[in-house]
Design a protein. Structure first.
Length: 443
């Protein structure tokens, strides 16, 4: 437990870069524009001094503690930093009594609880009466879903704000400021290439604290000559323990590599596909971006030739979301190899693109009356749903009912191939069409 006024001086020389550069006001805070951008809900609450107890939910290094401290400064509140790891019910009650005393003298107390999900139910319940009375403003921080990790009684009295991982642009901005700010390395002449800052930002994976720690390491190991400290590519590679395969994640090489991965899988070449996958991940590409592209491939190039392909791709995406890099690289490898080896069919993409052309050309084509919903008497009187046939009531589970507009009768969008499992779908579709013709369906 730590209580401070937020106005006391500190020995910055011994503090890590992330601590020295901690924002002191909203204008310095990087990221979370969906919450504290101009006119956004949390910013309005802070500026109007109408804050209430809240939970910050988000991954490490996105500013949960910093934002809580800024709120305390802005609202002129006492700030108590409370650790869920080292504190028990006795410590909670002691802090609450002090906060109650402060309230009697007109002082507001913000109690910040880091890793609030680590508290058990009894510990969390100890906060309840003081939150209800307004003795404290509770700000909890958690990396876990508060719906499962914070008990319902406490959660119902708190507003949950979801903090997102910082974008690469946000982190590069933060690193650039660290180079020039007097609280950072502003007193030194630092030479570091913009693409090296991009690598550090990508390596941090949305975590500002990690990015600043990496920057501090590379600067401390930089080569000093004639008063200028230079960070080279070799130093950067050593400090992040991997070769920095530099490429612009928004430029040509980015699209070249994802194209190489996609086309290698399409050509059933798992070795090439895994190589291009590794090139992207080791260069700092967001694994979720790769997972999204792999998921698209599962339907665009495999489809019903192997319906399990989409399941594998989605599972890989979820694994990437759950555990991140570097662990999720093996899940993406499994998906990429599976999709490379799977039978190929582009029938899904062809079906949609063909249907899209007709849909755009005939946007005003009315839905046939027979398949319109008729929730009101007037609509029934107008013929909505008249003649509708419920397929489940038939022995074959098929009817000869017309579902396409008259102008599109006979159109075929889905044309199954003979590849893999899709050959079975092709045979089934042929049976369906044959039955409909035999029973007077319009084709």
């Amino acid at each position: 437990m730590e209580q401070d006024s937020l106005f006391q001086a500190s020995d910055r020389e011994t503090q890590p870069l992330a601590a020295r550069l901690r924002p002191q006001k909203l204008s310095e805070f990087v990221g979370q524009r969906h919450l504290i951008g101009e006119g956004k809900v949390l910013r309005r609450l802070i500026e109007s001094d109408r804050i209430a107890s809240m939970i910050f939910w988000g991954p490490p290094g996105v500013g949960k503690t910093t934002l809580a401290r800024i709120i305390a400064v802005h609202t002129k509140s006492s700030f108590i930093d409370f650790s869920a790891v080292t504190s028990g019910i006795k410590e909670i009650r002691g802090v609450m009594q002090q906060a109650e005393e402060n309230r009697r003298y007109g002082d507001r107390t913000i109690v910040f609880v880091d890793e609030i999900h680590r508290f058990n139910k009894a510990q969390q319940d100890a906060f309840l009466p003081f939150v209800e009375k307004g003795s404290i403003i509770l700000i909890g921080a958690t990396t876990e879903n508060p719906s499962f990790e914070v008990n319902g009684a406490l959660l119902s009295r708190c507003k949950v704000f979801v903090l997102q991982p910082l974008s690469t642009e946000d982190i590069v901005s933060l690193l650039s400021r660290a180079i020039t700010d007097e609280r950072g390395f502003g007193g030194q002449k630092i030479k570091i290439a913009p693409e090296h800052l991009e690598v550090i930002a990508g390596f941090a994976n949305g975590d500002a604290r990690s990015a600043l720690s990496t920057l501090e390491m590379v600067v401390l190991n930089g080569e000093e000559k004639h008063g200028t400290l230079t960070v080279t590519k070799e130093i950067l590679e050593q400090c992040i323990s991997r070769k920095s395969l530099l490429y612009d994640k928004k430029g040509e090489e980015h699209y070249n590599l994802i194209s190489a991965l996609h086309k290698s899988m399409r050509n059933s070449d798992p070795d090439a596909a895994v190589y291009w996958l590794a090139r992207m991940l080791e260069a700092g590409e967001d694994p979720l971006y790769v997972a999204r592209r792999v998921t698209r491939f599962a339907s665009e190039d495999v489809g019903l030739a192997d319906p399990h392909a989409l399941e594998i791709a989605v599972a890989a995406y979820q694994a990437c979301h759950f555990i991140g890099m570097p662990e999720c690289s093996v899940h993406l490898t499994e998906a990429v190899v599976y999709l490379s080896m799977a039978p190929k069919s582009n029938a899904m993409e062809v079906a949609y693109l063909t249907a899209r052309e007709d849909a755009l050309r005939e946007l005003d084509e009315p839905v046939p009356l027979v398949i319109r919903n008729a929730p009101t008497k007037l609509m029934k009187n107008l013929g909505y749903g008249k003649g509708y046939q419920y397929a489940h009531d038939t022995e074959e589970k098929i009817t000869n009912m017309q579902c396409l507009p008259d102008s599109l009768l006979g159109k075929e969008y889905y044309r199954p191939t003979e590849q893999g499992v899709e050959a079975r779908y092709k045979a089934r579709l042929a049976e369906i069409k044959e039955w409909k013709c035999a029973h007077g369906a319009k084709v």
